[in-house]
Design a protein around this ligand. Sequence first.
Ligand SMILES: *Cc1c(COP(=O)(O)O)cnc(C)c1O
Length: 375
Amino acid sequence: MSLPFLDLGALHADLRADLDAAWREVTEAETYIGGPFVERFEEAWAAYCGTRRCVGVSSGTAAIELTLRALGVGEGDEVLVPANSFVATAEAVVSAGATPVFVDVEADTLLMSAATVRDALTPRSAAIIAVHLFGEPVDMTGMAILAAQAGVALIEDAAQAHGATWRGRRAGGLSQAGCFSFYPGKNLGAFGDAGAVVTDDDALAARIRMIANHGRPPGNAHLHDCLGGSDRLDAVQAAVLLAKLPWLDRWNDARRQVADRYRLALAELPLTMPARLSGGRGANHLMVVQCDRRDEVRAALAAAGIGTGIHYPVPCHLQGAFQAPGRRPLALPVVEAAARRMLSLPLHPHVSAAQIGIVADALASALLARPALAG
Ligand SMILES: *Cc1c(COP(=O)(O)O)cnc(C)c1O
């Protein structure tokens, strides 16, 4: 058997004809950046997320950077981000000119919370980026109260959480702005780099759109009211996303079934699964378990043909890019311990019950094998 960590081929086979049609429509319309496909996708994605506005942009990283810049967050400002995230969350903070302040996560969920953020607030704090890691929503009720009390902006990095909900409302629509990535491997993925920001704030959406398009005001290609860049969504990606969007809920349901089956099949094994918060319904982007001898277990699964990942082996606050000369990196014990133990199992809509059984058997023999005695 071989079970890849990700299987985009199986996903795309479901809608091959629609994807071919999308490509043909774009080339026939001959509009490549912005235009009707982008507008249609923006409307559809805002409606899906339950927000007034959506601005399609070039990537998830760009979505975060543009949002911070449009909020006026920059030089001299601190932005609180979890140390357990893809590096892009903190990278976008630096690109916007601000300073990331890394916070720890809760041991049971591996998510940031109001409690892990609170002590890191300072008079220079300007924003909190709530990251719905693994597709599991952060407690946004607690986070919104904290942000309001501290007088800082609250935005979401929902790059792993398409369709997730917190107390019945969709991720991305739970703060001032929700940032999405449509990188091919995400729950909703394009055929290249793509992203979006959703928000109820018309003025914020307009500023993001302007900065993403060389500072052009609406409808005028020759004026540049501020400096920006080429961070727009293109028509090919928008058409692909429009073709895939009707499948998202079905795929997320299938992901949930796979994740629930894993939870049952692995329940007796010596490993830890992240807790789910009762107010959340996750998008099940990643199935992350924690175990001892993680690298050995991972190698045993690889030998059995099972692809795995690690999200993430080196926490952001320990990455070289964020070290300052002469400054000792702060200690964030929960994320540092988890980084040595986390292992992401194959989780995509087409993982079968039989395959889950095989993964469970492979994990059981790797975890229960007695280490060979030396000598
Ligand atoms: C994928 C991802 C991003 C970055 O998205 P890109 O589209 O690759 O720029 C940001 N944050 C998180 C949590 C991600 O998983």
